[in-house]
Design a protein around this ligand. Structure first.
Ligand code: SF4
Length: 226
C-alpha cells in the first residue's frame, strides 16, 4: 500500500475526539476538495510502499489501541480490507475516515467516520470541479455504509448557507440517525477555527446535531503529523 505517513497523535474530530490514536495516512484521493488540508496525500503514487505487515508492525510501536485509517481516501484502496483484518487481529480499534464515495462490505471496522462533501468543497479548476461533482455524493454508497457499519456523519460547514444542503442530503438518507450527525467548522488554521466555531455551535443548537471539534487545528494549528 502507498502510505504517506504513520504517526501518533490525538483523534481530533468526531465522537472519539481526544483519544490518543495512531494515524495511518494512505495515498490517493480523487475528490481534490477546495479546502483540503492534506493535499500532499492526493497523488496515489505519493508516499512509500508498505506491506500490510509492515504497517501493522509500525503501528505497534506505540502502546495504543486506537488506529485511524485516513487519507487521501482509504476506501478506494483495494488492499484496505486486508489491512483492517490484520490490524483487528492485532487487537486494534479501527476508525476509517472516508468521504463516503466507495463501499467495501464486511470489514471489521469499529467506526466508519463518513464526511460527505457539499458544494462548499468543489475545486475552483473546471476540470477538477467536474470530477469532484461527479463523485462527491453517492447516496447508494452512503446508504450502504450507514446500514452496514457503526458510523458517524461529519459535515464540514463553511457558512450558515450550507445548512439547507445538509438537510436536503439527510432527507435523502432516510436511514441516517440524527444522533450520529456532526457539524464541523471548515478551518485550516487555529484562527480560522476560532472564528467559525461560534457560527457552527449556533447551528448545532438549532438543529440538535453534535458539534465536532478539530483538535489538530486547535492544538497544533494543523501542522503535518498531528
Ligand atoms: S475527500 Fe478528504 S482527502 Fe480527499 S480532497 Fe477532500 S478533504 Fe482532501
Amino acid at each position: 500500500m502507498k502510505i504517506i505517513e504513520i504517526f501518533y497523535s490525538l483523534q481530533g474530530e468526531g465522537f472519539l475526539a481526544g483519544l490518543p490514536s495512531v494515524f495511518v495516512r494512505l495515498a490517493g484521493c480523487p475528490l481534490r476538495c477546495r479546502w483540503c488540508d492534506t493535499k500532499y496525500a492526493w497523488d496515489k503514487e505519493a508516499g512509500r510502499q508498505y506491506s500490510t505487515d509492515e504497517i501493522v508492525h509500525t503501528v505497534e510501536k506505540w502502546p495504543c489501541k486506537f488506529v485511524v485509517i485516513t487519507g487521501g481516501e482509504p476506501m478506494v484502496d483495494p488492499d484496505l480490507p486486508q489491512l483492517v483484518r490484520e490490524l483487528k487481529a492485532a487487537g486494534k480499534h479501527i476508525t476509517i475516515e472516508t468521504a463516503g464515495i466507495a463501499y467495501i462490505p464486511d470489514m471489521p471496522c469499529d467506526l466508519m467516520s463518513i464526511s460527505p462533501k457539499l458544494s462548499n468543497s468543489v475545486p475552483d479548476e473546471a476540470k477538477l470541479a467536474a470530477i469532484h461533482n461527479d463523485l462527491k455524493l453517492d447516496l447508494a454508497v452512503l446508504g450502504a455504509l450507514i446500514d452496514n457499519y457503526n458510523y458517524q456523519l461529519k459535515f464540514v460547514v463553511d457558512s450558515e448557507a450550507d445548512l439547507p444542503e445538509i438537510e436536503e442530503t439527510l432527507k435523502k438518507l432516510a436511514n441516517a440517525d440524527r444522533e450520529k450527525i456532526m457539524l464541523m467548522p471548515q478551518a485550516a488554521t487555529r484562527q480560522g477555527l476560532l472564528a467559525k466555531s461560534p457560527m457552527v455551535a449556533e447551528l448545532c443548537k438549532r438543529t440538535g446535531y453534535t458539534f465536532s471539534q478539530r483538535l489538530q487545528v486547535l492544538l497544533w494549528n494543523n501542522e503535518r503529523g498531528t
